[in-house]
Write a protein that binds this ligand. Structure first.
Ligand code: FES
Length: 168
């Protein structure tokens, strides 16, 4: 089976200023070790909330990995993010109960309203839109969370209204 790479390294955004000094102490702990790449990337993401390209370039320069290897791991595991998260996350449930209640239409409407796709952050940094497998409130399907608040029995219109009301 062939797995197509979804992203080219040169397409990874570099337009976020970061303090590279924050990654130096983390990288120092992994020098000379061949294992522990995932743990290393998790620590870097804990600091920055995502994996900034300059941080990965620093890891490439300091450790025995190529940038391609680092991005292969970072794009394989869903836990890693390549751009900063927004102030609030909007989690859209794509679990079975929500799927049969037409959550895809709700997702499309929200995506069009915010002008971002799944996993992306609005240009103002306010929202990150992400699909999740189950929010644990299947009787409210289709459901979503904005920040820490849960909203259920959604349709296209109510979903947008909840976002508008949350913005105020
Ligand atoms: S399937 Fe959507 S909340 Fe469980």
């Amino acid at each position: 089976m062939r797995i197509k790479r979804l992203i080219k390294i040169e397409e990874i955004p570099l337009n976020y200023a970061i303090d590279i000094a924050l990654v130096k102490a983390i990288v120092a702990k992994y020098k000379g070790k061949k294992e522990g790449l995932i743990a290393l990337l998790q620590e870097v993401q804990t600091v920055y909330t995502y994996l900034p390209k300059p941080a990965l370039q620093f890891i490439e320069a300091e450790l025995n990995y190529t940038l391609g290897e680092l991005y292969a791991v970072a794009t394989f595991y869903a836990q890693f993010k390549l751009s900063p998260s927004g102030k609030y996350s909007i989690k859209i449930c794509k679990g079975t109960a929500c799927h049969v209640q037409n959550v895809n239409a709700v997702m499309d409407e929200i995506s069009a309203y915010l002008k971002v796709g799944d996993g992306e952050t609005t240009p103002d940094g306010k929202y990150t839109l992400e699909s999740v497998s189950c929010l644990g409130c299947c009787s409210l399907a289709p459901a979503m969370m904005i920040g820490e608040e849960t909203f259920g029995k959604l349709n296209r219109e109510t979903a947008i209204n909840h976002i508008k009301n949350f913005e105020q």
